[in-house]
Write a protein that binds this ligand. Structure first.
Ligand SMILES: [Zn+2]
Length: 132
């Protein structure tokens, strides 16, 4: 995986646009499999026409119907950043715990029971603290 694709998958909007310009199809956001640009003949508003879409080769998730390749690819490649945060800012972070910082019973992360967690560790199981 290239650095550009990695950044695009992490939600970097600029990297996503660059992938679209270069014709790179990002992996499926649902299952991670390869996807491809396909042409579909569809009836839309009583009219038959050829549309372009991006479809996952494995789970058949689809980007929607577009007239142009780039519009379909742009829709497919654009995705939000996953909720990743620092353990020190997570609501499960308990600095008083000796073995690890997360509270394993509450934190969904499989890492919390295996490794001691530091406040500056990035975790994809991050849950923001609720405002009081
Ligand atoms: Zn898929």
């Amino acid at each position: 995986m290239t650095e550009l694709v990695r950044r695009a998958l992490l939600g970097d909007r600029q990297a996503q646009e660059e992938c679209t310009e270069k014709g790179i199809v990002l992996p499926c956001p649902c299952c991670g499999s390869d996807a491809e640009i396909v042409t579909e003949l569809e009836f839309v508003l009583g009219e038959a026409g050829c549309f372009r879409t991006v479809k996952c080769k494995s789970c058949f998730l689809e980007a929607g119907l577009y007239r142009k390749d780039n519009d379909a690819l742009n829709k497919w490649n654009t995705r939000p950043a996953p909720p990743i945060g620092r353990c020190g800012e997570c609501k499960y972070y308990k600095p008083e715990q000796k073995s690890g910082a997360c509270l394993p019973a509450e934190c969904d992360s499989p890492h919390s029971t295996l490794f001691p967690v530091k406040p500056d560790t990035f975790c994809s199981y991050f849950k923001p603290r609720e405002e009081k």
